[in-house]
Design a protein around this ligand. Structure first.
Ligand SMILES: Cc1cc2nc3c(=O)[nH]c(=O)nc-3n(C[C@H](O)[C@H](O)[C@H](O)COP(=O)(O)OP(=O)(O)OC[C@H]3O[C@@H](n4cnc5c(N)ncnc54)[C@H](O)[C@@H]3O)c2cc1C
Length: 533
């Protein structure tokens, strides 16, 4: 194909689907959306509790992992990334969270005028249809449906009562005027019990428009330039190379690992690194691929008396639940298992939460089971302890100039003492929760980290050996105005014309919560910026 479009969007993930919809809605522009992956039609992508299977499908994933992490005893950390329509929003855990107002004011203060909380709140409202109905903090008619989790087997009341008894603040709405405390989890699941991925919410309704052209199974290999101006892209499909042209701009929405990769393959990045790979330097920008930030997490686990969600995973019950979901869009498989989400401050002097707790009434290694086939596993509750504002920074770099070579990712997790200290305080907060109220009665043995793990040194050893990540990478094409900024606050790549980046990679710092909603907000705002330019 060698057609001409107004805009070419690379990547149909969370951000790319939003752009494809918003840039074509008035019919005035022709948009080409190019996605390396394919269809999202699998039931595992639609059924919320199918998310573990959706994440584990290697055919729909880029198959990344970190280099050996120097502060994790050389461990490689897996980095799942959706390679499918909807990108990671098709394979993610569906938790809906925006973070704290201070997270966006921090962006503004880091050289991103127009991105403070008051500036971005209208876009958070515009994008959603909240179960809460429209109001000053919520939207009532946006494409993305946000629903509460609410099922008796999630033990929500017991968890909330324990949090209150332990003295934690409670929140009616973590996206409202008090973005701190224990709250009911919210998920991007629609009224029919289907995952509200960006593909389902934004892309599908736009596909019937004649001015939107989607190409799947097509991997963009480089950006085409005329002098200093981006004029199109080259992509590979069915083994053949194609080119498409954009008269207005090329927009990279390949995510935090692939957008910097494409910039570097096209000669925009740290000059010495590009030369090492044999790539001609177009713009020397050391910021490309740097500033990589990710939320570290450790799991806590407690044996409990009484049933947990494991009961719902017995083969016969699970089969009925799948049927119920398919026919009625309800039941245990129509939602997530994270009962409560909490954003807490572990020190009173902090100005915003530093730890997120995600409480699940089920053990970590739970799966479908059948009586008579092996021993029934013991009932446990598990909790993710997530550090919201890590200091450690990593980098994405090229392994070679071959677009098929996976990027090299070094997260440098735990390279700062503050990251240990905050996770230690998070684990101690978790113990406070499980020692209070109904959970105090219910919870028996602490299996993770384990009662023996008390001193700072013990906890640090546990953290080092067990650290995982939430899969919220951001920052590798940082927006800003300084020397290492990659895009300006209009999301235009600095040093060239007609090229933008719109995805998680532009965030200067990681928001204090899950990142899908912030990415969609970024893309909603970007669409307005682009339409006005
Ligand atoms: C396992 C997992 C669980 C998560 N859980 C949650 C959660 O519960 N809640 C939450 O808020 N967030 C969660 N996240 C994070 C959230 O989903 C991401 O932050 C968000 O989806 C990132 O959006 P993006 O547009 O930046 O990138 P992506 O959604 O990754 O989109 C990038 C798209 O570009 C395509 N692409 C890349 N390179 C090319 C190329 N060269 N040519 C063509 N196409 C290309 C990719 O295939 C992909 O479709 C999770 C993420 C993962 C991986």
């Amino acid at each position: 194909m060698s057609q001409e479009f107004d805009h070419i969007v690379v990547g149909a993930g969370s951000a790319g689907c939003v752009l494809a919809n918003r840039l074509t809605e008035d019919g005035a522009r022709r948009v080409l959306l190019i996605e390396a992956g394919g269809s999202d039609a699998s039931p595992f992508h639609a059924m919320p509790l199918g998310f573990m299977a959706a994440m584990a499908d290697p055919a729909k994933d880029w198959g990344y992992a970190t280099e050996p992490e120097p502060h994790l005893d050389g461990r490689r950390v897996p980095l799942p990334r959706g390679r499918v329509l909807g990108g990671c929003s098709t394979t993610n855990g569906m938790i809906y969270m925006r973070g704290h107002s201070g997270d966006y004011d921090e962006w503004r203060d880091l050289g991103c005028p127009g991105w403070g909380y008051d500036d971005v709140l209208p876009y958070f409202r515009k994008m959603e249809t909240s179960w809460r109905g429209p109001g000053p903090y919520h939207g009532g008619d946006g494409p993305l449906t946000v629903s509460p989790v609410s099922h008796p087997w999630l033990r929500i009341d017991q968890i909330m009562e324990s949090a209150a008894a332990a003295g934690f603040p409670m929140s009616e709405d973590l996206s409202g005027d008090r973005q701190e405390g224990f709250a009911l989890s919210e998920v991007t699941v629609d009224r029919r019990g289907r995952r509200a991925s960006a593909a389902r919410a934004y892309l599908r309704p736009a596909l019937k428009r004649p001015n939107l052209h989607l190409v799947t199974h097509a991997q963009v290999t480089r950006i085409l330039f005329d002098g200093n101006r981006a004029v199109g892209v080259e992509y590979r499909r069915d083994g053949a190379l194609h080119q498409s042209r954009a008269t207005r701009d090329v927009i990279l929405s390949g995510g935090s690992y692939n957008s910097p990769q494409l910039l570097m393959l096209s000669g925009i990045g740290p000059a010495a690194h590009l030369r090492d790979q044999g790539i001609e330097v177009r713009v020397d920008n050391p910021g490309v691929g740097g500033n990589l930030s990710e939320h570290p997490l450790v799991y806590g686990e407690f044996a409990v008396t009484g049933d947990t969600f494991l009961r719902q995973l017995r083969l016969d019950r699970a089969a009925l639940s799948v049927l119920r979901w398919a026919l009625l869009g309800s039941g245990p498989f129509a939602s997530q298992v994270t009962s409560c989400a909490a954003l807490i401050r572990t020190l009173p002097e902090l100005t915003r939460p530093d730890i997120q707790l995600m409480v699940m009434p089920v053990r970590l290694d739970a799966k479908i089971w059948a009586p008579g086939l092996g021993k029934r596993l013991a009932d446990m509750f598990s909790v993710m302890v997530i550090q919201l504002h890590p200091e450690s920074r990593g980098r994405v770099s090229l392994r070679s100039a071959d677009p098929d070579d996976k990027v090299r990712v070094q997260l440098n997790l735990l390279s700062h003492e503050r990251d240990y200290a905050e996770l230690r305080r998070g684990i101690r907060a978790l113990r406070t929760l499980f020692g209070a109220g109904p959970l105090g009665q219910l919870a028996g043995r602490e299996t993770k980290p384990g009662a023996h793990c008390q001193s700072d040194a013990d906890l640090d050893a546990f953290i080092r050996a067990n650290l995982r990540i939430t899969q919220h990478p951001v920052g590798t094409c940082r927006m800003g105005t300084g020397d290492d900024a990659v895009v300006d606050p209009q999301l235009r790549v600095i040093g060239v014309e007609n090229l933008r980046v719109v995805d998680a990679s532009i965030m200067p710092t990681v928001p204090g919560g899950n990142t899908n909603a912030p990415v969609i907000m970024v893309a909603e705002k970007a669409a307005d910026l682009i339409r006005r330019s």
